[in-house]
Structures are given as C-alpha cells and as structure tokens.
Design a protein around this ligand. Structure first.
Ligand code: 3PG
Ligand code: MG
Length: 396
C-alpha cells in the first residue's frame, strides 16, 4: 500500500499534483474530459484542506519543443468549468515567473502549469528539472495513474525532493487493479480483444496464472485460430502474430485456467460499411474474406462465462465495433459485463471508447484511466511512478 493524501498531514501546505490531463483535443477544445473529471476528487480534497494547488501534466508528445496546439489552455478552461471556479495558467512549468505565481497562490487556489513535455528534461527525468518542479511546493501528490508507467521528472524524479503521496484516483486504481492480481472474487474471467496478440502476450501469460478463464476475441483471435490450423483468409492477425499466438496456446496448455477462442465469426470481403457480412463457423472462413466480429454462438459462450463470474477484467474490443455491421460482439460482451453482478473492471483506450459508445460506463465497478499503465500493472510489472511514493501503514 502506498501512502494516500488522506494519510498525510497537508493542511494548508502548498501541493504539487501530477495529474494525467493527456486528453484528446478537437477543434481547440477537450473532446473527452474523463481524465479531468477523474482528478476532481483529489483537487477538491486538497482545496478542502486549505492547500494552494499546483497542477502539472503532459499533453501529447511534443518532444521537448513548444507546440502551440499542445498548450494546456483548453484543459484549464474545461477544468475551470468542472470546478466552477477560476483556474490560473502559466506560460511555462518552471522558471522564476512560475515560482512566483505558485508562491502567490492563496489557500484553495488552483494553478495549472504549462505542458511538462515542452521541456526535454521531463521525459529524460533530469534531476535539476525535477528539483525545480519540487521547489514549487511543500508536498507532492501523484494522481496521474495513466502516466505511472513512465519514470519521468514529474512522476519519479520529483519524489526525491518532497514527501510524496498518492492522490485519490491513484489510490483507487491501485486498489481495484491490485485486487485483480491479489485476491479476485472467483471465477475470475478475463476478456481480451483488439488487434495484436503481441501487444497482449505478456498480459496473457501473467493472467494465465491468475484467471480461471480467458476469453479471446477481436482480430487477435484470428492469430490463435490460424495457430490452431484454421484458414483465416485475408483477416488481420496473420503473419508474425501467428507464432506469438502459438506460444500463448502452449502456455495456456500448461496453465490451470482455460483459454476460449471464437467458434464462429462474422466475415465480409472488406471492413467497409455495406460490405456483405456472413456468419460462419471458424473452420469455414473464406479465402477472400476477413473475420471482423465474433459470431452468435461465441457471443453466447462468452456471455455465459461472464454471467457466472465473480470478477471480470475486459480489455480489447471483440471486433470492428466502429462499423455497425461488426459491432454486435463487442456490444453483447459489453452488455454482459455491465449486467454482471461481478466486480467488473475495464481498461484500454478502445475498450473505454466502446463502453462509452454503448452507454455502459455507469454499470461497471471501475473504468481505468490508464491504458499502458493498467496493462503494465496487470502484467505484474512495477510502475516507477507508484514505486517512488511513500509506503502507507501495512495492511491490518
Ligand atoms: C497515456 O495517455 O497513455 C498517458 O498519458 C501516457 O502518455 P505517453 O504514452 O505519451 O507517455
Ligand atoms: Mg500511451
């Protein structure tokens, strides 16, 4: 357990909060404010403690250059709307003007620094840059779970200079995801999809030792099917992915848990809208066809596993859900996850987008704000941004 803001005396202290406000932008505004909303409880808590609050984040990958389109101004505007109060901005994230602005904050004031990655020192985890960030405050709070897999100046370096604790979002992410690794209510069912087996092979290997059942859909299922001897036509997942899938199948054969693949798929000659779709057993995928969704018999099998689960973790769509003709599998599995009385946890950008598209967010135990971070955590890897925080009281 890491020390949380609620276990550290910070009344009235100036606090530097690393948030993950790396949000999608469209037409100069924030098009998805989920990550901003997710940081509000920590900001409210600190304001309630009378802390002047200095927020720092990266936005995109400007690679050490000032990129006009990646300034934090639209994020500050959205945050101010959500907080219902002004949010001050700065022209930079370090330097004398920023230090003066931070020092001038009154209790409860909020200042959002300019994009950390306008300085190459951020991703290089440069010690003197980290020191400059630390000098802006008396306590450091990391609430940027989505960036915790990066050892950067604002996530790791800064912890060498300030007492460093976890924010409320960070604490919740670690609690919910940690439970999946430690003590999941059983049966523990993992639903994986998406494009490439290679992106999820480490996760599959770790989950084979923890989960009772792994359900595989999406394009990555095609690689497994081919590894088992099915022809997959022009489906994605061919080539080097097949060897990776064969390795995963060998690992699954040795593991206690089961790994289930599709038994039928929806195919079409092309992924375009209007292409003629057919449902076929996986043995009958046509040489010119692409498998683009799981079929109804697979949906039924997956629904029954999900329905009987004590815990479900879902990462990866079951098909090309952006096209209505190939959305049924992802929608049905998503609805089964949402309807399940199990502890339900969803992670990964595409999956969160699917959950939102089908309006299922409110019916899940937890939607992780971390894509890469939640994957690495569930792969069993230590996250540098978490490791660097102070330890909490040992569990009773
Ligand atoms: C994310 O969106 O995955 C995090 O904010 C981390 O961003 P990065 O992949 O650019 O480090
Ligand atoms: Mg990323």
């Amino acid at each position: 357990m890491k020390r949380s803001v609620t276990d550290y005396p910070l009344a009235g202290k100036r606090v530097l909060v690393r948030v993950d406000f790396n949000v999608p932008l469209e037409d100069g505004g924030v098009s998805d404010d989920t990550r901003i909303r997710a940081a509000l409880p920590t900001i409210d808590y600190l304001r309630g403690q009378g802390c002047p609050v200095v927020l720092a984040s990266h936005l995109g990958r400007p690679k050490g250059q000032v990129v006009e389109g990646l300034r934090m101004a639209p994020v500050a505007a959205r945050l101010a709307e959500l907080l219902g109060r002004p949010v001050a901005t700065a022209a930079d994230c370090v330097g004398p003007a920023v230090a003066a602005a931070a020092a001038a904050l009154a209790p409860g004031d909020v200042l959002l620094l300019e994009n950390l990655r306008f300085h190459a020192e951020e991703t290089a985890n440069d010690a003197s840059f980290a020191r400059e960030l630390a000098d802006l405050a008396e306590v450091y709070v990391n609430d940027a779970f989505g960036t915790a897999h990066r050892a950067h100046a604002s996530t790791e370096g800064v912890t060498h200079y300030l007492p460093s604790v976890a924010g409320l979002l960070m604490t919740r992410e670690l609690e919910v995801l940690g439970r999946l690794l430690r003590d999941p209510a059983r049966p523990f069912v993992v639903v994986l999809g998406g494009l490439k087996v290679s992106d999820k092979i480490t996760l599959i290997e770790n989950m084979l030792g923890l989960a009772d059942t792994i359900l595989v859909g999406g394009a990555m299922a095609n690689a497994f099917l081919k590894a088992q001897g099915c022809e997959i036509g022009r489906s994605r997942g061919d080539g080097e992915q097949v060897g990776v899938a064969a390795d995963a199948l060998a690992a699954a054969a040795r593991a206690a848990g089961e790994l289930l693949l599709p038994v039928d798929v929806v195919t079409a000659p092309s992924p375009e809208a209007g292409a003629e779709a057919r449902t076929v057993p996986v043995e009958d995928i046509g040489g010119d066809d692409m498998a683009l969704d799981i079929g109804p018999r697979t949906i039924a099998a997956f629904e029954s596993r999900v329905g009987g689960a004590g815990t479900v973790y879902w990462n990866g769509p079951m098909g090309l859900f952006e096209e209505a003709a190939f959305a049924a599998g992802t929608k049905a599995v998503g609805e089964a996850v949402a309807a399940s009385p199990a502890v339900t946890v969803v992670g990964g950008g595409d999956t969160v987008a699917a959950v939102r598209a089908f309006g299922l967010e409110g019916c899940l135990t937890h939607v992780s704000t971390g894509g890469g971070a939640s994957m690495e955590f569930l792969e069993g890897r230590a996250l540098p941004g978490v490791e660097a925080l102070m330890d909490g009281e040992p569990d009773a």
